[in-house]
Design a protein around this ligand. Structure first.
Ligand code: BES
Ligand code: MN
Ligand code: ZN
Length: 536
């Protein structure tokens, strides 16, 4: 369809006259290349060896709450010269969930880490996560270079032991991550831990254990990639930088391919809503497509669409100064698309995925979009931009129209979209919005299985009416409250052709204290993708 020349982005803006790039390209280049930095923790399943043949810098022992020690723990206690039973009778280690205690080792075992598992009869994802987190945090901050996680103290009757193993691998990987790219001192205080092997003992078969450990560590590696990109400052992580990172990721996996649209190509297609957001910036916008092929080329893909605002000043509707630095996190959705696809590729999931990232920087300037401006989106719908700080929906709507061309099975967009979602859910749950009950339920279920939870909101027609405008088909903000819902309603207008869900991660993608990215909602997304791939 033809775009209305009156409501498209003027050519001047997308011409090459921008002062552009020399600052970020040269003087502000990352200190250390990303690849070398993200050291990977190797986690494997291994058959248990007799105690006197174990050689490790740390033997991590899972200890359930029981009246007396299990037989294998009694044998371990004897081998350690009674330190385990003495610690317990002294009352220094109660085996409550998530409690930890270091003991000196003997012979080939340098040290022993006791990890309390509570009563193993009432295990849930929450208790598994607590055990895994405590284990990981304590082990990773030690000097041990390698470790063995010894599960022989647990009852072989423990239900779904692979869930616990998966959480252990996930949290070891997450705990191992440290932001370091712009910190010179971190090079000296790098993590000591390199290798962990887990002995499933009689809990499950080594093959089951390996699958669970691989799933946990792939999810963790995906989430860590997301965290690193989200943590990077806005002067380094620009739309072009994100495109470069997508290309780098594709070099790591034969199953991935990338294509990037620059502003000229986006203008030719008619993506004037997306382009309107980067109008005021010296940094050119990008539309990044990262494809994962794990099934036959004919199979319809799952599409993940990410909000990639590399810095959100609000534009002419300028944000207040306090905490504005946190708006470097406004590409959390984009980073979670990369993270989830990285994990899917590591796991070789037998599905196809298309990730589309809409990347732009939202800045005020003489060329910036102004309140009241009307633009034509890729869909042909005109939009009155009443508030330039409601920019996420403006980049996403064109990306949502764009993904129709892939005949998607389902589409999920992920965005740090509204401050209002923090009012509603705080930092515990991701907001879920969907035009399809089955998809919404699947995401809710994936979130609870992974303990990376979401909560669904309505997108009723009554809310849609808030977006009526006297000057365009749609206004970009509502007028009567429910800010997260009206934002989702805006997106729904561009997602009518397929099953679609929107994840508002403004409350979950990062923390203010200690400040940094969480890697959410990568665990939820990876769990959903595994389920769709029949691997859950
Ligand atoms: N990126 C923000 C949302 C946000 C706020 C993310 C806080 C993380 C933490 C988004 O672009 C925004 O500015 N939304 C506005 C929408 C409003 C203008 C309708 C908001 O939430 O205030
Ligand atoms: Mn904004
Ligand atoms: Zn934003």
């Amino acid at each position: 369809h033809a775009t209305n020349p009156l409501t498209s982005v003027p050519n001047r803006v997308i011409s090459l006259t921008r002062r552009s790039s020399y600052t970020s390209a040269l003087s502000l280049r990352p200190l250390i290349p990303l690849g070398t930095l993200m050291s990977v923790l190797n986690i494997t399943a291994k058959l248990a060896a007799p105690l006197d043949q174990i050689k490790t810098q740390a033997l991590v022992v899972l200890v359930p709450e029981r009246k007396s020690l299990a037989t294998r723990l009694k044998q371990l206690d004897k081998y350690l010269g009674g330190t385990l039973s003495r610690t317990i009778t002294n009352g220094d280690f109660l085996s409550s969930i998530g409690s930890t205690c270091w003991l000196p080792g003997t012979q080939g075992i340098h040290r022993v880490l006791l990890v309390g598992c509570g009563s193993m009869n009432q295990r849930t994802i929450v208790s598994d996560k607590k055990i895994a987190e405590a284990l990981a945090r304590t082990l990773v901050s030690s000097n041990a270079k390698d470790a063995i996680v010894w599960t022989e103290g647990l009852s072989p009757k423990a239900a779904q032991p692979e869930r616990l193993l998966e959480q252990i691998a996930l949290h070891l990987t997450l705990s191992h991550y440290q932001y370091s790219q712009t910190l010179n001192h971190r090079k000296k205080s790098a993590r000591a831990l390199r290798r962990v092997s887990v002995t499933p003992a009689n809990l499950c078969t080594p093959a089951t254990a390996k699958r669970a450990l691989d799933a946990g560590s792939a999810t963790g590696r995906g989430a860590n990639l997301t965290r690193e990109l989200v943590n990077l400052p806005g002067n380094i992580c620009t739309p072009r930088y994100l495109a470069g990172e997508a290309r780098k990721l594709a070099k790591q996996h034969a199953s991935l391919s990338v294509s990037v649209l620059d502003e000229r190509k986006m203008a030719d297609l008619g993506m004037h809503s997306l382009l309107s957001v980067g109008n005021g910036s010296e940094q050119p916008s990008r539309l990044i497509t990262l494809k994962y092929q794990g099934a036959s080329a004919k199979t319809r893909p799952y599409c993940l669409v990410g909000k990639g605002i590399t810095f959100d000043t609000g534009g002419i509707s300028l944000k207040p100064g306090a905490k504005m630095d946190e708006m470097k996190f406004d590409m959390g959705g984009a980073a979670s698309v990369f993270g989830a696809i990285h994990a899917a590729a590591l796991l070789k999931l037998p599905i196809n995925i298309v990730g589309v990232v809409a990347a732009a920087e939202n800045m005020p300037s003489g060329t910036a979009t102004k309140p009241g401006d009307v633009i034509t989106s890729l869909s042909g719908k005109t939009i009155e931009i009443l508030n330039t700080d409601a920019e996420g929906r403006l980049v996403l709507c064109d990306a949502l129209t764009y993904v129709s061309r892939f005949s998607p099975e389902e589409v999920i967009d992920i965005a740090t979209l509204t401050g209002a979602i923090i009012v509603a859910l705080g930092h515990e749950a991701t907001g879920i919005f969907s035009n399809d009950d089955h998809l919404a339920d699947s995401l809710l279920a994936a979130g609870s299985r992974a303990h990376d939870r979401g909560w669904r909101f309505p997108i009723w027609e009554e809310y849609h009416r808030q977006l009526e405008s006297p000057f365009a088909d749609l206004a970009n903000i509502g007028t009567g409250g429910a800010g997260s819902i009206t934002a989702a309603c805006f997106l729904a207008e561009f997602a009518e052709d397929y099953k679609w869900a929107h994840l508002d991660i403004a409350g979950t993608a990062f923390r203010s204290s200690p400040k940094g990215a969480t890697g959410r909602p990568v665990p939820m997304l990876v769990d959903y993708l595994r389920e769709r791939a029949g691997r859950r």
